[in-house]
Design a protein around this ligand. Structure first.
Ligand code: ADP
Ligand code: MG
Length: 682
């Protein structure tokens, strides 16, 4: 784990990346670590949260004192009083609140200014500076009314708002922390029959590690001794415990139940499953959804609006409809404050974080948010057959000559195809020695060829035979099984292999059809096998004998018809279609290439999770749109009020009310995102 270096990002803006902790140059939030060691997690972030809390409570008595001593507030008190040096006390208290309480905002604004990225903090600091300088001038030089009490309440509300907001955001950034916490810090290393507890980071490949009953499995490995059931739900989402015996692989982070296991470590550091999942989630959380572009544009517009309308407001109330400098400055400050696009920075990332976490908990990895966003509009789902709708675990049917099987396995040991794996497994089951093969050549969608023991051996389908001008043997039909021809020195024989339809495939197809989504199956397999599977699942459209490059064409064809297409696949031959489709969904047990090309990975390899993806997509999109409204919509509506448009009707927005509304928008946005956790994903 410690091979990974710790990067820091802003909880508001995943684009911000830094290799050391600090303050985000865009918004002034403390940066949070991603994918690092758990000791660092949230340490810095919670100290910023703590800082806001401390400053809020320390300045609160001074804010109250400033309020009580201010002439404006005194007018409303039932028992007005005066004390000596009153104005000077207000000046001192107000100054302490602005300078000490407001310090984090000035620091952050400096960060924004030096990064030439003017945003929220620039606006806040601008508003505070203008107000404060004006008031100090009034105290020291001019017979003008000061507004320390407004400034003090403004700072107070900002501090409170930030404190609450960071607390809430902390609740949304937990995904990666939760995952890294899955690993125990130490492992029991077995060395010459001796057990030593060592730091997990010192474990190397090939080490033997003991896992006692009830303990977390610290690292990826293969069982060499013992038997136990293991709960892998935190990694795969699969809640049923899995039985592990000698030879089985175990995943670091899963929970050992009743037995004791000895494993040989197979992966360390960045190669471990959990490190890769963390990397995927970190990537996903920094993959920008389309809605983010909308939010960014709105934030820029709001900043400009704030400055333009703020200045305009001041000019209007100062010169055009003179109401005095105090009123003009008050309105201007209110405008700038209410238009702060702060909540906009939060609106989308908070949703993204919760969505990816929620999905991960259900065994769904979202690699690309744009894919998830598009999922809600999908009206055609294209499935690959082998390994996707079926398990891809092929068994050899009937009797087969050992020698043929041995030669076929020699070729197939070099292939990634699931049929190839079936053949090699059968040879192993029969304890046949598989000879080496030379000059291996693969024909995607057709089969493979190699030289074994000096003989040319072809393994593949009828198409492959035709390409090599070999006539197929008779009797090549067996209902629902895939014929695989093995040609040894031009003499063809046939093997039949079959796998089983996944239990959940039928439910998935039924659910999709009920949602009005067209279902399509693509396979390179024979018409016969395709039809057996297609009709048992009741799929709308079945295409068989589709060559790998034709799979993409089928997807493009559907897209040309105006369909929004999701492609679900597992194989190397599905990778181009996964990329081409609007939403690429890979089956977790599939090949790395498929997983790499997909937007979304179903870790449980359960087709029914596609329905979950669609549900999640709808819920996510709804939340994003709601958040955009809460972040920007109501602020925009409130700007005219802040500018003093409703003064003729006696309605005025004071800066502290503007600050409250502004902070409320952030809090609402975060709280609204958190509600997403409640989404029912069956
Ligand atoms: P699918 O994933 O739908 O099965 P493929 O394009 O991978 O589609 O394969 C199509 C067909 O090509 C298979 O059904 C099989 O008959 C043949 N084939 C491909 N690769 C191999 C292989 N390595 N060994 C035997 N047959 C193969
Ligand atoms: Mg496949």
């Amino acid at each position: 784990m410690n091979a990974m270096k710790t990067l820091y990002t802003c909880p508001m803006d995943p684009d911000v990346l830094s290799d050391k902790p600090g303050i985000c140059p865009k918004c002034g939030m403390a940066l949070t670590p991603i994918g690092g060691k758990h000791a660092d997690h949230h340490g810095h972030h919670s100290s910023m949260e703590e800082d806001f809390r401390k400053r809020f409570f320390l300045t609160l008595p001074l804010v109250i004192a400033t309020l009580l001593l201010s002439p404006t507030i005194q007018q409303w008190l039932p028992f007005p009083f005066t004390i000596p040096w009153q104005d000077w006390l207000v000046f001192v208290f107000g100054s302490v609140v602005v300078l000490f309480g407001g310090k984090p905002f000035f620091v952050a604004a400096k960060g924004e200014l030096s990064a030439r990225n003017f945003g929220m903090m620039t606006l806040v600091a601008f508003a505070l500076t203008v107000g404060y300088v004006f008031s100090v001038a009034a105290t020291l030089f001019f017979p003008l009314e000061s507004f320390y009490w407004e400034l003090a309440t403004l700072v107070s509300v900002f501090l409170l708002g930030h404190w609450l907001e960071m607390r809430a955001v902390r609740g949304t950034t937990g995904a990666l922390a939760e995952l890294t916490k899955l690993l125990p810090p130490i492992a029991h290393l077995l060395h010459d029959k001796e057990i030593r507890d060592v730091d997990l980071s010192t474990i190397k490949k090939g080490d033997r590690v003991l896992i006692r009953p009830g303990e977390k499995i610290p690292i990826d490995g293969n069982v060499v001794e013992g038997e136990s059931s293991v709960n892998e739900s935190m990694i795969t989402g699969e809640s049923k415990p899995v039985q592990k015996r000698v030879g089985d692989a175990v995943i670091g982070g899963s929970l050992n139940a009743d037995g004791s296991l000895t494993i040989v470590v197979t992966k360390t550091g960045e190669e471990t499953t959990i490190a890769q999942i963390i990397q995927l989630i970190a990537d996903a959380q920094s993959s920008k959804p389309k809605a983010q572009e909308l939010a960014d544009r709105a934030a820029n517009i709001l900043t400009i609006v704030a400055i333009v309308v703020g200045t305009g407001t001041f000019v209007y109330w100062m010169f055009l409809s003179p109401a005095g400098a105090v009123v003009a400055a008050t309105f201007a400050v209110s405008v700038v404050v209410i238009a702060c696009p702060h909540a906009l920075g939060l609106a989308i990332p908070t949703v993204t974080t919760i969505t990816t976490t929620l999905a991960a908990k259900h065994g769904i990895l979202i690699k690309n948010m744009k894919g998830l966003e598009a999922a809600r509009k999908v009206n055609a789902v294209v499935f690959d057959k082998t390994g996707t709708l079926t398990t891809g675990n092929f068994g050899v049917e009937g009797s087969v000559d050992d020698n043929i099987l041995r030669l076929a396995a020699a070729v197939e040991q070099h292939s990634q195809h699931s049929l190839a794996r079936g053949i090699v497994e059968e040879a192993n089951r029969r304890n046949l020695t598989i000879p080496p093969a030379q000059q291996f050549q693969s024909f995607p969608g057709k089969g493979a060829l190699a030289v074994v023991e000096g003989k040319r051996v072809l393994v593949g389908n009828a198409e492959l035979l035709k390409d090599h001008r070999i006539n197929p043997p008779s009797d090549t039909e067996r209902k629902g099984a895939t014929p695989v021809f093995v040609v040894v020195d031009s003499t063809p024989t046939v093997l039949f292999l079959s796998d089983t339809v996944r239990e959940e495939s039928k439910q998935a197809i039924t659910a999709l059809k009920r949602m009005g989504i067209q279902t399509v199956m693509l396979t390179g397999d024979t018409d016969d096998v395709a039809n057996v599977v297609g009709s048992s699942l009741d799929i709308d459209t079945v295409f068989s004998r589709v060559l790998p490059d034709q799979k993409v064409d089928r997807v493009k064809e559907l897209q040309r018809q105006g369909k929004i297409v999701a492609m679900v696949g597992d194989g190397v031959n599905d990778a181009p279609s996964l990329t081409q489709a609007h939403v690429g969904i890979a089956i977790g047990s599939g090949t790395d290439v498929a997983v790499e090309s997909a937007d979304i990975v179903l870790m449980k390899s359960n087709p029914l999770d596609i329905v979950t993806v669609f549900t999640l997509s709808r819920a996510t999109n709804r939340k994003m749109m709601q958040n955009l409204f809460w972040a920007a919509g109501y602020n925009l509506l409130a700007i005219p009020v802040a500018a003093g448009l409703l003064t003729p009707y006696g309605i005025m927005m004071r800066p502290e009310w503007a600050a409250l509304l502004m902070s409320m928008s952030s809090v609402i946005v975060v709280a609204n995102a958190l509600l997403l956790r409640r989404t029912k994903l069956a």
